[in-house]
Design a binder for this molecule. Structure first.
Ligand SMILES: Nc1ncnc2c1ncn2[C@@H]1O[C@H](COP(=O)(O)OP(=O)(O)OP(=O)(O)O)[C@@H](O)[C@H]1O
Length: 335
């Protein structure tokens, strides 16, 4: 990992406005998140369903549409031409100048979102034209052919319809397509959840290839599946109820998680793994809070076996406790 940042979020708050019949409520899906993604790293963002991972992915892309609202904070992208504060630009500028070229995303639904009536090359042509309006089909086909060849995908797939490809091949094609213009940062949301274990490995290998061949500089991999992400990530960020609770290098967090929630999460899903098995299965009692009415203080305190008075009253800041390790927990604050 280099120390050159690619993306920096500072105190970002992104909330949904929900209207259910006569009731209105605000869901605080991303609530005061600060993080940096550096060049040449693969960052896994993990947490239970509903903790705000997909919302954070959309915030990183500045893909914010109602009912999601950006309430505050800054999203700084370090591009090849300088720093761009994404929150200051409108959607059309971001779409034409940033997406695909500087930062690209494979959303959760990508596997099924490919238009079934169009061949892969036509889908790619339409997508690339939204970034480069005057590009010719021949040029796009040449780009896809080269990229498919580079990533070991069969070139024949370019002339096929999405339904003619297997799930794994479709996901690998999506990776090839989304990195066609060599974006510096690729953000992927649950890219392997719908796939069987063997196919997951092939998809992970494709991510490794785009990273190792420096087609992209860095990768953000969002998932609830720690077992998969640990095969590829260099750093893990754990989210709980719209906030970051821990940010640590992958081996450190697996061997010695700092936050009680990280320990519970890793212990509940990675128990076949030697280093985790020694600590035993950790069960986290209770449910994550309703994000329209989160508890005061630390949001994890109602489920935390170590909760103290201060945890019920005051929100813990995210502090550095060791080199490269950050945690948001009062247990680590010096008295
Ligand atoms: N379009 C929406 N309108 C209102 N609330 C939403 C919307 N999308 C998500 N939410 C709420 O925002 C919170 C965070 O959701 P988000 O999808 O970001 O979590 P997640 O960690 O990605 O979950 P999953 O793993 O299930 O996709 C949840 O409480 C969810 O119900």
């Amino acid at each position: 990992m280099s120390s050159r940042p690619l993306l920096e979020l500072e105190d970002v708050k992104a909330y949904y406005r929900q209207v259910i019949g006569p009731w209105k409520r605000i869901v605080r899906a991303v609530d005061g998140v600060s993080l940096k993604i550096y060049e040449r790293e693969i960052v896994g963002i993990v947490g239970e369903s509903g903790c705000g991972k997909s919302t954070l992915a959309n915030v990183m892309m500045m893909n914010i549409r109602p009912p999601l609202m950006l309430i505050g904070g800054s999203i700084k992208l370090y591009t090849s031409k300088g720093i761009v504060n994404l929150e200051k630009y409108d959607r059309s500028y971001i779409k034409s100048s940033i997406w695909g070229k500087e930062i690209a995303m494979v959303p959760q639904s990508a596997l099924n979102a490919l238009m079934p009536t169009l061949k892969i090359k036509q889908i790619v042509y339409d997508a690339v034209r939204s970034h480069i309006p005057d590009i010719k089909m021949e040029k796009v086909v040449e780009l896809i052919r080269n990229r498919f060849r580079e990533l070991g995908l069969p070139e024949i797939a370019i002339d096929m319809y999405p339904f003619e490809l297997s799930g794994g091949m479709r996901q690998r094609a999506v990776i090839a397509i989304s990195t066609l213009l060599n974006p510096r940062l690729l953000v992927v949301d649950e890219p392997t959840s719908a796939l069987d274990v063997v196919t997951q490995k092939a998809v992970i290998k494709t991510f490794k290839d785009v990273f190792d061949r420096e087609i992209i500089k860095s990768l953000v991999f969002i998932t609830h599946d720690i077992a998969t992400v640990r095969q590829i990530a260099t750093r893990i960020i754990v989210m709980y109820a719209g906030k970051i609770v821990e940010d640590s290098p992958v081996d450190d967090i697996i061997n010695k998680p700092l936050h009680p929630y990280s320990e519970g999460l890793i212990g509940s899903v990675l128990t076949p793994e030697e280093e985790v098995k020694k600590r035993g299965i950790k069960y986290i009692p209770g449910q994550p809070p309703d994000l329209s009415n989160p508890p005061p203080g630390c949001r994890f305190h109602p489920r935390c076996p170590f909760a103290m008075d201060i945890c019920r009253r005051e929100e813990p800041p995210l502090i550095q406790v060791e080199s490269g390790r950050f945690v948001s927990c009062w247990l680590y604050m010096k008295k």
